[in-house]
Design a protein around this ligand. Structure first.
Ligand SMILES: *Cc1c(COP(=O)(O)O)cnc(C)c1O
Length: 250
């Protein structure tokens, strides 16, 4: 018997086409223009071969949740100038240097200390970074992100950092099969976005909502998501730790 396909290694182009199709469908169902929603493929744990396959299918921006892994992959693809990285996971200040050097986008900004550290490193490198403020929309203690009521104050503090280009808000909804619970998280985000657009001196900072993953991206689109971060529906499941790449980064 020939060996079966490796989970997550086969059909990435087909999976991408299917997710793109469903994104477009969700936009139409929500009365939104499909060009207003961006698909951010999340390649965490997946090897360079999978990234290459997605690249060949047209992907130019990849989401990674661990800084060390993003750095390792950026080295592998250093000779591909149009391949860019979005760091989407929680950041400790001691890793700000690497994010400033490697990332085009950072989706998990949730503290002044991290903002300061990034700003300092970005100044040294003469770079800017697109950032999304992470919000804990479910109230779960296990989740990173600012409480919604703390975001307007945080938004004012961010005005001092010239290297950070705020593009909007980011969240991970509660992990649940109950669409009402998940939808409530997305609805909180949209309310917060509206409040910032009404009250902050830079309403244009709050155009984007980065929310929705493999299990809930269509629902997120119905609540106004502008970037959906999708991993497993494109690259296959992450269940087998032997499939992780690079092993040292996990
Ligand atoms: C892994 C991850 C995703 C994608 O999750 P999937 O279930 O694989 O689609 C999205 N956002 C963040 C912050 C992640 O860490």
């Amino acid at each position: 018997m020939p060996a079966g396909p490796r989970v997550g290694q086969v059909g990435i182009a087909e999976n991408l086409a299917e997710v793109r199709r469903r994104v477009d469908e969700a936009c139409v169902a929500a009365g939104r223009d499909p060009s207003q929603v961006r698909l951010l493929p999340v390649s965490k744990t997946k090897p360079p071969s999978a990234i290459r396959e997605a690249y060949d299918a047209g992907v130019r921006l990849f989401g990674e949740n661990k800084v060390q892994e993003a750095v390792a992959k950026a080295e592998v693809f250093a000779d591909v100038p149009d391949l860019r990285w979005a760091v989407i996971g929680h950041l400790q200040t001691n890793k700000a240097r690497q994010v400033a050097a490697v990332a085009d986008e950072f989706h998990a900004l949730d503290s002044l200390r991290v903002a300061e550290a990034l700003n300092r490193r970005l100044h040294m490198l003469d770079r800017t970074l697109d950032v999304f403020v992470q919000v804990n929309s479910s109230g779960e203690e296990s989740k990173f992100g600012l409480a919604p009521e703390d975001v307007p104050g945080f938004a004012r503090e961010l005005e001092q950092f010239q290297t950070l280009r705020v593009r909007g808000l980011m969240t991970l909804a509660v992990f649940s099969d109950d669409a009402a619970l998940v939808g409530a998280c997305f609805a909180r985000m949209r309310e917060l976005q509206a409040r910032l657009q009404d009250s902050h001196d830079h309403p244009e900072w709050w155009r984007e909502l980065s929310m929705g993953m493999s299990g809930d991206y269509e629902l997120a689109i119905s609540y106004g998501a502008t970037t959906v971060r999708v991993g497993q529906a494109i690259f296959g499941n992450r269940l087998d730790p032997n499939d992780y790449w690079p092993v040292s980064a996990r």
